[in-house]
Design a protein. Structure first.
Length: 286
């Protein structure tokens, strides 16, 4: 199983009986800014759906999930003032020393094949690569204001927006439009306007928390992504298939209690109430 444990000193000490109401909440931190993160999130979603749709008949409590998105910058030195810097094809050819090196990396990683396995039709090789501070700030803001279920829905849409459709994550006007489309579907009349979202994207709110989270990841020794941290202690790499997550979740479901929590919610200033409301709940609890 491609997972490992954080040491006790790296994980927060939490009350083992911190489950709310009649649900056992599995908390997971998820760091991603790359195609493997898109693939990994699809496998995570499949595992969550499997556990929610087919609960253990003798489980002490129904399992629910709180997924907390952790920011990570693949290209931290990209200029924030530019809509995009280069195409991803240009970025990777430069990174791997030319066409030959890039083609060898494609062959080794089989991103296309693993994407198809996860239900992703294709990756747009010429997607517009940019600084991602604005989009990370946006996801954190939406989670705090509207809940993790909303922020995760927006993030899932932005995965398609960027990796498949090829749009820049720093094209703030376009980002505001696609975000509001998702929010209107979920929130209806309570959804913010495109002007409000664009004003947020053009501002600076949340930057300090993002930078603190990046520092925390560095202290934890996490220098590559994607990474999933479950219960604040079990680290799962992005190459994991859904079966790996299902095994971990079934163990938690069978024991009926969570032995940890999200470890970076304090750094990101996501309150416990938001974590406990969850991002993925059993259908009867929605």
């Amino acid at each position: 199983m491609p997972s490992s444990r954080l040491t006790t000193s790296e994980a927060k000490n939490v009350d083992k009986n911190s489950n709310i109401a009649s649900h056992c909440f599995c908390r997971a931190d998820f760091g991603s800014d790359v195609p493997n993160g898109y693939i990994g999130k699809r496998h995570l979603n499949r595992a969550i759906e499997e556990v929610l749709n087919n609960p253990l008949p003798d489980a002490p409590k129904p399992l629910a999930f709180s997924v907390l998105r952790i920011p990570f910058f693949l290209e931290p030195n990209y200029d924030e003032t530019k809509v995009f810097i280069e195409t991803n094809r240009e970025r990777l050819i430069k990174k791997w020393g030319g066409e030959a090196g890039w083609n060898e990396q494609k062959r080794r990683h089989d991103l296309k094949g693993r994407g198809l396995e996860a239900g992703i039709p294709h990756f747009n090789l010429d997607r517009l690569a940019s600084n991602t501070m604005a989009s990370h700030r946006l996801i954190q803001y939406l989670g705090k204001i509207y809940g993790l279920a909303v922020s995760e829905a927006v993030y899932d849409r932005l995965n398609v927006y960027y990796f498949v459709d090829g749009h820049s994550l720093n094209d703030k006007e376009r980002l505001a439009i696609v975000t509001c489309e998702v929010l209107e579907d979920i929130l209806g009349d309570k959804a913010p306007s495109e002007v409000e979202i664009l004003d947020f994207l053009n501002g600076d709110q949340g930057r300090e928390q993002i930078m603190r989270a990046l520092h925390a990841l560095n202290q934890l020794g996490i220098h590559s992504i994607p990474k999933f941290i479950i219960e604040g202690r079990t680290v799962v790499d992005g190459a994991a298939r859904s079966e790996t997550f299902v095994d971990i979740f079934r163990e938690i479901e069978a024991r009926g209690e969570v032995h940890g929590t999200a470890i970076l919610n304090d750094v990101l200033e996501v309150d416990e109430e938001t974590i406990q409301k969850g991002s993925h709940l059993p259908k009867l609890a929605i």
